[in-house]
Design a binder for this molecule. Sequence first.
Ligand SMILES: NC(=O)c1ccc[n+]([C@@H]2O[C@H](COP(=O)([O-])OP(=O)(O)OC[C@H]3O[C@@H](n4cnc5c(N)ncnc54)[C@H](OP(=O)(O)O)[C@@H]3O)[C@@H](O)[C@H]2O)c1
Length: 332
Amino acid sequence: MLKVGLIGAGAIGNTHLLGFENNNKCQIVAIASRTEEHAKAVAEKFQIAKIYIGDNWEEMLRKEDLDIVSICTPNYLHAPMILEAIENNIHILCEKPICISREELIKVENRLKNKKVIFFTAFQKRYISIFPLIKEIIKNNILGKIILTRYLLTHYGPYKSWKASSNEKWFFDTKKAGGGVLLDLGVHCIDLLRYLIDDYVKVNGFNFNTSCINLTYEDNCNVIFQFKNDALGIISVSWCNVPSEIIEIFGTQGSLKIDLFAKKLFSFTPKKLKNNPLIKSAIKSKMSRDVPHHSLINHFITCILKKKQENPNFEDGKKAVEFVLNAYSLKY
Ligand SMILES: NC(=O)c1ccc[n+]([C@@H]2O[C@H](COP(=O)([O-])OP(=O)(O)OC[C@H]3O[C@@H](n4cnc5c(N)ncnc54)[C@H](OP(=O)(O)O)[C@@H]3O)[C@@H](O)[C@H]2O)c1
């Protein structure tokens, strides 16, 4: 039985805890959270024996003989927690963004070298059931050569649409969050596009405004970029709009649209593609009730048991953060 310790009994921490609770190959043995009341509530709900409060997460990592740590804290704490987990040879599931600076990324990358630690970045969107199908469609050239993509991801922000729960409102604190909506939502967009299409090679442009939240960073922005295969991409993200998530992919022989909030999840052109078996499967695809984070956790645990690193790994987390930092370097 793999022993799990989790840091951060907040909104996403609870989703992780449910995922680990549902997997019979592991047991949650310890929780670290800053506020005693939050740690205790979660410990009671998930029957967790050991609690570490305040800033005592380091003690948990050193004392508990953990196999796994799940890092669900504000962004600025990810890198120090990852480094301590590596030091103690603990497998790591870390929330996005895995780091908030290039210096942190380099440090983590160097420390991971020659270690047998399995590292997963929490890019759960890869596990939404339609996306592996879309990946197959693209891989099999059903759309021809991919030339253009657009990804729109919006909601009303961390304390309205997303119920982040810690009292400190860290998402709006530049030092703790490391960035604005691009670092929060944009990392998901670029990761999913890298998974579906290809790696990016260049960030060409970035524009932004800060229109609805009192922030130093952006709460709306667009990034234009280029994929390795020459296709062009636009990512638009916002913390100031109704929840929506739309991905459009255009190829030389056809195009697709995935709209995660619409009745019609998947649409395509031209009509003649309807006879293609992969397109047929995508047409039938519905939003599943499976929680993507739980599928990610099951995959992570399988990898640990197989002693095999698969994706989304450290490199995927790093590429997504670098994408955002490259965009920021064009302005900030
Ligand atoms: N993959 C996704 O789609 C997704 C979605 C949402 C969030 N996230 C990521 O998940 C992370 C957490 O976000 P959230 O929305 O869950 O935030 P949240 O609800 O505010 O939770 C943050 C948690 O971190 C704990 N914490 C803060 N400082 C700590 C410290 N020094 N030691 C131990 N625990 C500490 C807080 O503890 P107390 O409450 O006990 O004070 C709180 O439980 C962020 O990196 C965010 O980007 C990812």
